[in-house]
Write a protein that binds this ligand. Sequence first.
Ligand code: SF4
Ligand code: SF4
Length: 239
Amino acid sequence: MIIDAELCIGCAACIVYCPVEAISIDGEQAAVNADLCTECNNCIRGGVCPVDAMVQNELEWPRSIRNIFSDPISVCKETGVSGRGTEESKTNEVTNRFKRGEVGFAVDVGRPNVGGVKLKQVDQISTALAVLDLTFDPANPLTYLMEDRRTGKLKAEVLEETVVSAIIEFRVPLERCAEVVRALEDIGQRVDTVFSVGVISRVEDDWSIPARDAIEAEGYRFMPNGKTTLDLGRAAKQC
Ligand code: SF4
Ligand code: SF4
């Protein structure tokens, strides 16, 4: 995002719309810190500029990555899905992405209030996870940025790009759930960013949740979060 210096009147109305504090007043006008800016377009969508001085310039690779991961209405051309993750994992009864005996993980790295995250910080986590011999979700945009899905290593040219956040998604057999939780605890001690972890598990016919015991055994409070989808007719894929 750039600010047209010929139009900006320095009113500062746009500053609070930037989730990563990339806009500041420099003298009489606003300026955007290009390193901090995630190209999320929040400032433009806010519609606050009285003189339309904010401009979304043409983004070339690899800077275009910032917009794909940070602007919720940008569509990733490889996955066909908008946003930084895959399609809704909470509606597994329809998508059947996670099979019986599997547990999915969604590691959400970075947050606006810590200035987003550089992809080299995400790379630290994905490469540390890859040693567990897990399967990165092929429908996730971050997986497309990996030069090697076995090592979790991201392409060198994207490492300095900053995004609001990125989600590492993968699945493991149920019996390895606790091992992954312990690995994430260890990784959390070594990285200089923040992440939250979602665990995706099927609900069985008797209402039991297979991953529950493994999560609670590691000392975490189990907090189910799901959606009930009504009137969808039938599952898109058979179990
Ligand atoms: S595009 Fe997003 S990150 Fe960049 S200046 Fe605007 S609000 Fe801030
Ligand atoms: S809202 Fe527009 S005119 Fe006001 S400081 Fe921001 S870019 Fe400049």
